[in-house]
Design a binder for this molecule. Structure first.
Ligand code: ATP
Ligand code: MG
Length: 383
């Protein structure tokens, strides 16, 4: 057993020599920091062996250990060092290969996690990359679908605009050239011109709203409103169209359910749903608008008697310019913007809109977050 002072001396001597070699090792590591991991591991192994060797030499000089003992110790350390060096190089090489496999997977057209076993950190990176690539692919698909929708919309809208414009022009020319003179026809022409202009104005207005939604410039001015008031207003607004079509519209809503919404925008979204419902319900059928609470959300549903939407169309009804039938007859129906606008407005309110076939038709349900309860007087508000 070494006396305490000799032990302190050994610790101090080996610490000084190890720190000196360690510092040198760190400097070399800094120089090779951009080199492959195998080189850096080799530097660590060599630095470790050098620190031990330096320690042994320093202790030998200070404590007059026999040269025989010193040589034995140095040989043992050198052999162990060589083995350590080999292991470090092998480990570095494994890391390099794993990294190469990961890089190859990233460079490939679509990322698939490498089959080989990766070290924990690289395996985690690979999982994260796979998830990120998945999200990217989804976003890309959504963007492609949107772009295709936009292109289709431009084509259809220009088609839908051209025909009524040609009709308007023909009627205006006939009136101008006095080709039609009898009062009844002149009146009819004026009425049709007015109706077409209203329809075109509505379409342009819808396009403007949709572009505001898509460009993110739709600004909501929220105010507190009762769900029952909102439903009553939508029902009242739908009455004239329903009467003209012979469809019964009924509305019911739970009282005292407050919402914090832009009433003009949300009213527009609900109106689009109700107009669709009336349009697709045969006369004498009925449309029901229900407002209720469910699962911590406020639900507004519009159910009709349209006979059901084909199941392959259900996921597409909210797409821009989707109108259900492939052949579009100008002048009939709308431009296929109503539901895309409704969805945009509902999502801007942090809500969701879904559709399902039920009973004699389908049901569109809007889910909205309830209004935050007003803070009691005197309570401190967080700023
Ligand atoms: N209540 C409904 N019942 C049956 N089908 C519907 C209903 N609502 C929408 N659809 C189908 O979804 C399509 C898209 O509806 P959307 O409201 O977006 O466009 P639109 O009514 O054709 O035109 P716009 O609303 O721009 O005047 C409709 O053309 C129709 O085929
Ligand atoms: Mg519509």
């Amino acid at each position: 057993m070494l006396p305490f002072e000799a032990l302190l001396d050994v610790i101090a001597t080996s610490a000084v020599s190890a720190l000196a070699v360690g510092g040198l090792g760190l400097a070399v590591l800094r120089l090779v920091r951009a080199r492959p991991m195998s080189v850096q591991f080799a530097v660590v192994a060599v630095a470790t062996v050098c620190a031990i060797v330096a320690g042994i030499i320093a202790i030998t000089l200070r404590m007059f250990i026999s040269s025989h003992d010193r040589d034995v110790a140095l040989t043992v350390v050198s052999v162990a060092g060589l083995v350590g060096f080999g292991v470090a190089v092998l480990l570095g090489r494994r890391l390099t290969l794993a990294n190469r496999a990961l890089v190859a997977a990233v460079r490939a057209e679509s990322f698939t996690a490498p089959k080989q076993a990766l070290p924990a950190e690289l395996a985690e990176l690979s999982r994260e990359l796979e998830a990120a690539y998945g999200r990217l692919a989804d976003a890309h698909d959504r963007e492609k679908a949107l772009e295709a929708g936009r292109r289709e919309l431009v084509a259809w809208v220009s088609h839908d605009l051209r025909t009524p414009l040609a009709g308007l022009r023909a009627m205006a020319e006939a009136l101008e050239d006095e080709v039609v003179v009898d009062t009844e026809t002149v009146h009819r022409y004026h009425g049709r011109i007015r109706a077409e202009v209203d329809r075109l104005t509505e379409m342009v207005d819808d396009l403007f709203e949709l572009s505001r939604i898509h460009s993110g410039t739709l600004r909501l001015s929220r105010q507190r409103v009762g769900l029952d008031d909102l439903v009553a207003e939508v029902v009242a607004g739908a009455e004239p169209l329903a009467r003209a079509k012979g469809v019964h519209v009924r509305g019911a809503a739970a009282r005292g359910l407050p919402l914090e919404v832009d009433t003009a925008e949300l009213g527009r979204a609900l109106r689009n749903l109700v107009v669709n419902a009336i349009r697709h319900t045969p006369s004498d059928g009925s449309v029901e608008i229900l407002g209720e609470a469910g699962d911590g959300r406020v639900l507004v549903s519009v159910a009709d008697g349209c006979g059901g939407i084909p199941s392959e169309d259900l996921p597409r009804v909210f797409d821009v310019a989707f109108r259900g039938e492939s052949a579009r007859t100008p002048g009939e129906g709308g431009a296929g913007l109503g539901l895309a606008i409704a969805r945009g407005i509902v999502e801007a309110h942090d809500g969701e809109i879904v559709v399902a076939n039920t009973g004699p038709g389908c049901r569109f349900t809007v889910e909205l977050p309830p209004a935050v309860p007003p803070q009691p007087r005197g309570s401190l508000s967080a700023r």
